[in-house]
Design a protein around this ligand. Structure first.
Ligand code: GRG
Length: 301
């Protein structure tokens, strides 16, 4: 990671966190521990990749990234809800997240479920409020966010993942790769793709630029999860801030499992090249997006 990118990412993280603090009720507000749980999960150690993707897609399309701040905050709210719910015993059952006890461990399961529910619901209120002067914009952003997060996006991908548990033994290697790509494209890729598209829409991007952002978003979305699979089997839980080695323990299909470690790295690099090629004509306004693509593939957490 170059020093320039490091400071750009830090700047984006700080602006989004300040925006999140503005739009979320204070930690001290009731009822019960709801807002404490929301703040606990929201403000832990986090990369804020989806917000950065949104802000910098807006910039790459010629827009003002400041205008995309609330959109970026809404995306992070949806992401954090998914992490809280994913850690629950009925889902991935994980005790550790962002380097500390997961939400249901620090609080309890009902508080964690409600904190996730509240973040999901309030994300749409943030959009409706922030962009209320432009009804068509709100309509498009709500539609795009719901598609990315819902039954044919992130939630659908989680359902596919749970249904696939132990159901792939009879498949050929090629079929396994296809099944894995489908789960990843929905479960992780859809929200990352949605982040790029919402950024482009906020900039009023042309159909050509939206198409380029779509290819970029799809490729880095998948590359993100390929890298996540690699990290899961190469980095310790302490460094990752979440339990590592889980994929193998749960018998899940993974890119390193199917392609080997070197093959998985090659896959991530190929996806990155495709992403960079798609945005090649966008000029220097897309530099942060280019660096973000490289970071997604080269990161160590
Ligand atoms: C509706 C009950 C219910 C559950 C939904 C949708 C869902 C559960 C889970 C989504 C699936 C999910 C959590 C996918 C994992 C994606 C992933 C690799 C997350 C880690 O993201 P990073 O690395 O984390 O960006 P930080 O902590 O940096 O934000």
């Amino acid at each position: 990671m170059t020093a320039t990118f490091k400071s750009r990412l830090k700047e984006a993280q700080e602006s989004v966190e300040a925006c999140l603090k503005r739009v979320l009720p204070a930690e001290s507000e009731g009822p019960g521990e709801l807002h404490q749980a929301i703040h606990y999960s929201m403000f832990g150690r986090a990369k804020r990749v989806r917000p950065a993707l949104c802000l910098w897609s807006c910039e790459a399309a010629g827009g003002d990234p400041e205008r995309a701040l609330e959109m970026a905050a809404a995306l992070e709210m949806i992401h954090v809800y998914s992490l809280i719910h994913d850690d629950l015993p009925a889902m991935d059952d994980d005790d550790m997240r962002r380097g500390r006890p997961s939400c249901h461990k620090r609080f309890n399961q009902s508080t964690a479920i409600l904190a996730g529910d509240a973040l999901l619901t309030e994300a749409f209120a943030v959009l409706a409020e922030a962009y209320s002067e432009d009804g068509l914009l709100v309509r498009d952003l709500v539609r795009m966010l719901a598609k990315a997060a819902g039954a044919s996006g992130m939630v659908g991908g989680q359902a596919l993942d749970m249904a696939a548990m132990g159901a792939h033994d009879a498949l050929s290697a090629e079929e396994k790769l296809k099944a894995l790509e489908r789960v990843h494209a929905w479960k992780t890729g859809a929200l990352l793709l949605g982040s790029a598209l919402c950024g482009g829409r906020l900039a009023g991007a042309s159909a050509d630029v939206m198409g380029r952002l779509e290819t970029y978003g799809r490729c880095v979305g998948l590359a993100f999860q390929v890298t996540d699979d690699i990290l899961d089997c190469t980095v310790s839980s302490a460094e990752l801030g979440k339990t590592s080695g889980k994929d193998e323990a749960q018998g899940k299909l993974t890119y390193p499992g199917l392609l080997g470690l070197a093959g998985a790295r090659e896959k991530a690099d190929t996806l990155l090249s495709m992403a960079l090629e798609a945005i090649a004509p966008l000029g220097s306004e897309a530099d942060a997006l280019r660096d973000l693509g490289r970071f997604i593939v080269d990161r160590s957490l």
